[in-house]
Write a protein that binds this ligand. Structure first.
Ligand code: APR
Length: 310
């Protein structure tokens, strides 16, 4: 039987998730949005791309969740994007309401699904989806690390003029300015980054990665990035749908790993048919651990705001 993916939010990120899922022929897609006509129109338009692109998946749009029933995965992208000068954190309360509604409905119609949260501020929204769905922790995962690592890898490849495919870049922590690109664990076909670049260049790339989202917001002015975010969310969905067991940096609910408890933070995980099948607890240096803790603390601040509103 064909797999089914619900994409909540038929805006830039959501619609591009649908495009990528269809192009890879991963699953039927149901787009859901509050705006009447938009998910239906985009769904039909995408369906009509099938004969040209050569995919046989069904793509529909709706303003309610009944058509999403029994989805394998729900990707939550609904929310308000960042405007210039606005931090991800400013979005907190507005997007909490959106994620809350979306999660309630997704959990009602697809109680067995795996939720991939994309809405920002990411780690706090993943936490909200976890609370509201009451799903086990392996079935709620946040998309951030794949995107942040992709940005890190892009800048490294650009600097060295090598294939992006040869670049491994690990980014941990929250999806914000405090994220932790791990230079020690990044390499080009096994060659440590530190052998290929001087410290000043590495520092500049790390800094650009941490501000990668803001750089695009500054260019776009009216919204935030969506091509790379949708690609990242769909890489995670593909690993789950095909049980590929890819090891990817994702926001996962930690219960003591890295000394962090009861919080969603970006760490390397194995993604397969059961969602998060393993959290890798790698040995960090004292400096890396301190940065990760600082990043977790900034996620905690947001989560505490949400807790106080519950
Ligand atoms: N239910 C369903 N859809 C909703 C809801 C809701 N309660 N509230 C808003 N939406 C829809 C909007 O109508 C819009 O179509 O979510 C969509 C968001 O799309 P865009 O404004 O294009 O934003 P996008 O760039 O897709 O970003 C969405 O992903 O990367 C993050 O920071 C980004 O949090 C933002 C989210």
């Amino acid at each position: 039987m064909r797999k089914k993916v619900t994409v909540v939010g038929a805006g830039n990120v959501g619609a591009n998730c649908a495009v990528r899922i269809a192009d890879k022929e991963l699953a039927d897609v149901v787009l859901v949005d509050v705006v009447e006509g938009v998910p239906q129109g985009k769904g039909l338009d995408l369906l009509q791309s099938g004969p040209v692109q050569g995919y046989d998946v069904n793509i529909t749009g709706a303003n309610d969740y009944a058509p999403t029933a029994n989805s394998d995965i729900a990707i939550i992208t609904a929310g308000f994007p960042r405007k210039p000068g606005m931090s991800r954190d400013d979005l907190l309360l507005a997007n909490f309401e959106v994620v809350k509604t979306a999660t309630e409905q997704v959990a009602k119609y697809s109680p067995e699904c795996i939720i991939i949260v994309v809405t920002n501020p990411l780690d706090a929204m993943a936490q909200a989806a976890y609370w509201i769905s009451k799903f086990p922790k392996n079935r709620v995962v946040g998309m951030a690390g794949v995107l942040d690592s992709a940005r890190f890898r892009t800048f490294i490849a650009q600097e060295l003029n090598v294939s992006v495919e040869n670049v491994t870049g690990v980014v941990m922590g929250g999806h914000g300015d405090t994220m932790v690109p791990l230079v020690r664990l990044s390499n080009v076909s096994g060659i440590p980054l530190t052998e290929l670049m001087d410290q000043a260049t590495i520092d500049a790339i790390v800094n650009r990665t941490a501000n990668g989202g803001a750089e695009i917001v500054k260019y776009l002015k009216t919204g935030s990035a969506y091509y790379a975010p949708s690609a990242a969310a769909v890489e995670m969905a593909e690993s789950i749908l095909k049980d590929k067991k890819k090891v990817l940096p994702c926001a996962a609910y930690l219960e003591g790993e890295y000394g962090i408890n009861g919080l969603f933070v970006g760490v390397p995980v194995k993604l397969g048919a059961n969602g998060i099948e393993k959290i890798y607890e790698i040995k960090l240096t004292d400096e890396e651990q301190a940065k990760l803790q600082k990043s977790a603390d900034s996620v905690k601040e947001l989560v505490e705001v949400l807790q106080s509103k519950q």
